[in-house]
Every structure is written in C-alpha cells, then in structure tokens.
Design a protein around this ligand. Structure first.
Ligand code: AMP
Length: 295
C-alpha cells in the first residue's frame, strides 16, 4: 500500500460507493484497498482503489495540503468538490465523496479505465470525423446538463477529459467551474481555449463553453488548437480577431468546418446553441448516438 497515514473522519456522505445503509457515513482510508498508481497530478497522486464493503473500484486522488496551500487553490478545490459531487451524467466523472487527514485531502472518484484523452490524441495525432463527432456530441449533452444546473465549466480541453471503460468521454476536472446565475468577469482556464470575452476580461456566461467546444472540435480534427502561436501575445491577438484558418491537411469535411465556424464566433450570443449543435448535419451523420466510440 502506497499511502501510510491514518486518516480522520471526512465530512461528505457518499451514496453509491457503498451500500445504501451507510448513506451518511464518513469515509476514511481504511475503507479502501489501495492498488496501482494511475497517475500524477500537480498536487498529488491518483491510485486505483477498491472500497472494501461494496468492492466498488474507484480512483482515489490524494492531494497534499501543503501544496494546495502554497498554490492558494484550497478555495478552488472546495468549489470543484461542491460542484462535481452534485453532478450526475454519463459523460461527467462522478465524485463520490472526500475525506482528509492532517496532511492530505482524498477525493473518491469514478475510475476512468481507458485513461486520458490527451494521450489518445497525441498517439493518433488527430481523430476521424466519426470519433470527433461522437465525442463532441457527448460533451455537448454533458454541457447542456451542466448549464441547466447553472454550472459553467470554463476549462474544456483534452487534458481535462478521461475515457471510461466503454470508450465514453468523461469531463474530469471542475477546477475552474462556477455555479452562477450571474455574468462573470474572472479570467481563468488555459489560453488556447479561452474565448475573446475572457481574454479581454469582459462579462461572460455559459456560451464560453460553446467556444471551448469549438476549439476542442478543431483540435480533434486537426491535432492542434486553432489559435496556437509561439508567443502568448500572438495567441491573444488571434483569439480576439477570431483568426480562424483551416489547413488543407488533414482533409476535413466542409460540414465539420461549418460547425466549427458557427461555434467560434466572437459575439457570444451568436454562437450555435448546444441543442442546435446536436441537430447539425455533421453531428447527425457522424456521431454514434450511444456516445461511445468503438474504434
Ligand atoms: P490529475 O491530478 O487529475 O491531473 O490526475 C493525474 C493523472 O491520474 C491523470 O493524468 C490520469 O492519468 C490519472 N487519473 C486521474 N483521475 C483518474 C480517474 N478518475 N480514472 C483514471 N485515471 C485517472
């Protein structure tokens, strides 16, 4: 077992990892058998784990409090836990609960057996239109669900997506998400995926996620994000101008380009609404309705 310390009581109940009878229970480390490391993040490690009572397989994310404090992300983590633990969607990674001890915070997460999408994209360089459309439509459905609950993700990008055992995509990181009824001004997320209104720090709303989904769709099909540049300042400039160019290689259908062009629109209110995206001919003709890419 890789984690040694005794953990103290956590706070949040989890309803599904264990039997319904212990709905109000507090988790601790002795509830889990710890397996192989799954990966390393900025603030700690992720392990495969099995909840002893139910035999349910989970991913246990172990975060070091000192590192969270140093980077001043405790508030962000609290928000992430609060938001992600309330979401229930096949394309959103479940957060079953959390607990902590003196030095660490533990997140009990759904296990995504096929790992990181980012690595798949690196391996393939770019995806087929069928694969890209299947992923984009399932993400659009997940975002429609989030937006209906007044949750804006604000950081959709390949690094934040995992693949489940069936090949289904899972939004995994809600570190920049907000629960909001208002328009926001905060600057967050990774530059390449930021829409013009966030680059310019003007008010933004749920349509920022439509922009990011457009960037993601482009990156799926071309292997690079659309506004990539050597210097940050050039990426800014290209985003603000919406300097969108479609290279001749790889060959991408005009229908896909049409969809991307309707999402990467500077005026946020003019971006293609997500429910309309699901009716777009490129999605209808290419996406597997099950949301599962079968290779
Ligand atoms: P993170 O700290 O979230 O960046 O996670 C570090 C690495 O652990 C990721 O890049 C994944 O390879 C792996 N990982 C994180 N969460 C999970 C999960 N729920 N299921 C499977 N692998 C995961």
């Amino acid at each position: 077992m890789a984690i040694a310390a005794e953990s103290q009581a956590g706070e949040k109940p989890s309803s599904e990892v264990s039997a319904a009878s212990d709905k109000q229970r507090r988790w601790n480390l002795s509830d889990f058998d710890i397996g192989k490391p799954l990966g390393r993040g900025k603030f700690g490690h992720v392990y495969l784990a099995r909840e002893k009572k139910s035999n349910h397989i989970v991913a246990l994310k172990v975060l070091f409090k000192t590192q969270l404090k140093q980077s001043q992300v405790e508030h962000q983590l609290r928000r992430e836990v609060e938001i992600q633990s309330h979401l229930r969607h096949p394309n959103i990674l479940r957060l079953y609960g959390y607990f902590y001890d003196q030095t660490r915070v533990y997140l009990i997460l759904e296990y995504a057996a096929k790992g990181e999408l980012y690595k798949e994209l690196q391996k393939c360089k770019f995806f087929s239109e069928k694969r890209a459309a299947t992923y984009i439509s399932s993400l659009a459905r997940a975002l429609i669900y989030c937006h209906a609950k007044h949750v804006i993700h604000r950081d959709i990008k390949p690094e934040n997506l995992l693949i489940g055992a069936q090949g289904e995509l899972k939004i995994a990181d809600f570190g920049w998400s907000v629960h909001t009824f208002n328009r926001r001004r905060t600057m967050c997320g990774t530059l390449d995926y930021l829409p013009p209104e966030m680059v310019e720090s003007v008010e933004h709303d749920a349509s920022v996620d439509i922009w990011s989904l457009g960037v993601l769709c482009y990156e799926f099909l071309y292997g690079v994000p659309p506004f990539e540049a050597k210097e940050h300042s050039d990426t800014y400039r290209r985003i603000i101008k919406v300097d969108l160019k479609f290279p001749s290689k790889p060959i991408v259908s005009s229908s896909a380009k049409d969809l991307i062009s309707q999402m990467l629109v500077k005026e946020s209110s003019q971006r293609l609404p997500l429910h309309k995206l699901l009716e777009h001919p490129w999605i209808v003709q290419n996406a597997d309705p099950s949301g599962i890419y079968r290779g």
